[in-house]
Design a protein around this ligand. Structure first.
Ligand code: UDP
Ligand code: ZN
Ligand code: ZN
Length: 327
């Protein structure tokens, strides 16, 4: 059973599925993502596979709303992006830059696959890392959901950005980049094409956003240099997070692109958002009472001070990166 259910109070869609329950939880002695498994075969350096336990599928049963509640067909696709054949790589910052470029090229391929598919409204490419985040398989992998609706958060961003554009004739994301570069307080790192900062409005203690300096909406618009600098900025950011405390950082990240259909060329600006969940070596920042009930976050500490800590690790890890750490 799969269906989408609409919350008429908040405007959110819930992806309901009984299939998800069947997925194996950390199987021992066997990895479905290693080379030579039934699904993976041999001779690849990155691989895109359909998710075996997909909440969205073009084969989902047709459903029709009856009565008061709205529901819809759970249309779409969920995929897994295997980032290296090597099982023991702990995180993307351990990959050589050209391997990370190959991963980004798979993100481009996936985006190209759906960009003209009328059934898909939004594509979310994301990655979970670490036990505390609930990763069920440790072999390095990302995921994507090709969705038949635009998520509420993205709809909100678009509305705010449209309002800002009407008033100031400027992309609000570009404005944020300008503000950050001007003040430098929260900018961690810059290379030629990307800027890395801890947002003024961070939810997570060490949240990091990576923005292309050029105003672009989709990863398919990146040129060769931008792809390389994007890989470099991601590597540096994760390397910094993994050296912030004496342990690997659990996190999720999401590639925030414009919706696939419609014209967002003035008002949307692609970027990567990284949500690390530790606030200290052995302290997790939980999304709890206030965060769950209101969706508003409390921030333990001061963003500028945490940015300073990230600036310091950046200097430590930045030996062979393409850009500079910002004081
Ligand atoms: N999966 C798969 N094939 C398998 C085993 C798992 O496609 O043989 C999928 C599984 O449904 C899950 C993903 O791989 O969505 C593993 O993702 P992760 O551990 O990052 O997080 P999860 O999605 O489990 O929360
Ligand atoms: Zn493996
Ligand atoms: Zn912009």
């Amino acid at each position: 059973m799969r269906e989408l259910r609409y919350n008429p109070l908040t405007g959110q869609w819930i992806m309901v599925s009984s299939i998800r329950k069947e997925r194996r939880w950390r199987p021992q002695n066997f990895c479905p993502f290693c080379p030579g498994s039934e699904e993976t075969g041999y001779n690849w350096d990155t691989l895109v596979l359909p998710n075996k336990y997909a909440v969205l599928s073009f084969d989902s049963e047709n459903v029709k709303s009856e009565g008061f509640y709205r529901k819809a067909k759970s249309m779409g696709e969920c995929g897994v992006i295997i980032e290296t054949p090597i099982h023991d790589v702990k995180d993307l910052d351990e990959l050589p830059i050209d391997q990370l470029v190959k991963v980004i090229k798979q993100w481009i391929n996936v985006t190209n696959k759906y960009i003209n598919d009328k059934r898909i409204a939004y594509l979310m490419i994301f990655r979970n890392k670490g036990e505390e985040i609930g990763v069920s398989l440790t072999h390095p992998h990302g995921q994507y959901y090709a969705m038949p609706f635009i998520p509420l958060k993205i709809r909100n961003m678009i509305q705010n950005s449209r309002n800002y554009f009407k008033r100031y004739n400027e992309c609000i994301f570009c404005r944020i980049i300008k503000e950050e570069i001007k003040s430098k307080d929260r900018v961690i790192y810059e290379n030629q094409n990307f800027v890395v900062f801890l947002p003024y409005y961070s939810n997570w203690p060490f949240e990091i956003h990576i923005y292309p300096k050029n105003h672009l909406q989709y990863i398919t618009q990146f040129n060769k240099d931008q792809i390389l600098d994007f890989a470099d900025a991601i590597k540096l950011s994760l390397n910094s997070l993994n050296n912030l405390f004496d342990r690997e950082m659990p996190y999720s990240f999401a590639l925030i692109q414009a919706p696939l259909k419609g014209n967002f060329s003035n008002i949307f600006h692609i970027h990567l958002e990284i949500y690390p969940i530790l606030r200290d070596k052995d302290k997790i920042k939980y999304a709890a009472g206030i965060e769950m009930s209101t969706w508003d976050f409390t921030y333990d500490g001061i963003p500028e001070e945490n940015a300073k800590k990230l600036k310091d690790v950046c200097k430590k890890v930045n030996k062979s990166y393409r850009g500079i750490c910002i004081e």
